[in-house]
Ligand binder design. Structure first.
Ligand SMILES: [Zn+2]
Length: 257
């Protein structure tokens, strides 16, 4: 068994464990086809019992080639179908969505999947992402210590900005950190005094700078990817229209502002 198959097996086992605790959302392949058959019977029965009414109200069937797919009851035939999936096929569906979103983050995947599927849980997505080797590699990529760093070429002012913190805690005073924001091309520097290295404080100062010069397309930092990610989270709160994504460790790319 190769590692991908092992991963899928583990994934299915975990989902089945959750299913045994809470049967409301996840369904097994057997339950899926039982429901399909029950639904067909319900549709054909003239005098329906409450269970059959319930099924008809909740589900519908969609012919896909020679199979019938279980979908959420639609308002009309024109609206897009939302499919129910069973545990055993969830892995391959998540894999497809994950690759389509370019190893996208959880939120991106949830958005992508919730439009199309009725019962894929956030926990399943988290579990899938945690097992993705590519995503883990991206996260754990070592720092460039000791290797040759290719110089980054920037053509315009405001394309790439670098934010770093200088520790001043050993010097007594009200401000224990200095924030250095530098435009990559012009080397133009803005300095800000910080009372802490909290992401919220850094983000607040950055936003102030961005409102003055415009936000860079790419924000990078030598303080590590975790730091940059936290700062971006804070920036998103203050400026929801700003879309950032991780380009490589410590580097965030902004698209559409
Ligand atoms: Zn991935």
């Amino acid at each position: 068994m190769d590692s991908e198959a092992r991963r899928e097996q583990h994934f299915v086992e975990e989902l089945k464990k959750w299913h045994s605790k809470n049967k409301r959302v996840l369904i097994t392949r057997d339950e899926y086809f039982e429901t399909v058959n029950e639904l067909i019977t319900s549709q054909e029965t003239k005098v329906k019992n409450p269970r059959q009414y319930y099924l008809i109200k909740k589900y519908d069937l969609l012919n896909c080639g020679d199979t019938q797919k279980l979908i959420r009851k639609r308002k009309d035939e024109k609206s897009e179908p939302v499919y129910f999936v069973f545990i055993e096929e969830t892995f391959s569906i998540l894999k497809r969505a994950h690759i389509l979103t370019g190893h996208g983050g959880r939120d991106k995947m949830i958005k992508n999947l919730s439009e199309k599927y009725a019962n894929i849980t956030q926990e399943s997505i988290n579990l899938f992402k945690a097992g993705c080797i590519e995503c883990q590699k991206k996260k754990r990529r070592p720092t460039t210590k000791g290797t040759v760093v290719r110089p980054i070429l920037t053509k315009e002012f405001g394309t790439r900005g670098q934010v770093d913190l200088i520790d001043m805690q050993s010097i007594k005073g009200r401000f224990s950190w200095i924030m250095v924001y530098q435009d990559h091309l012009t080397k133009f520097i803005v300095l800000r005094r910080l009372t802490s290295k909290r992401a919220a404080e850094v983000a607040y100062q950055l936003l102030d700078i961005f409102l003055l010069f415009g936000a860079p397309q790419i924000l990078q930092s030598d303080n590590g990817s975790e730091f940059t990610a936290q700062v971006i989270e804070e920036l998103k709160v203050m400026w929801p229209q700003l879309l950032w994504s991780m380009e490589s460790p410590g580097t965030l790319k902004a698209r559409g502002q």
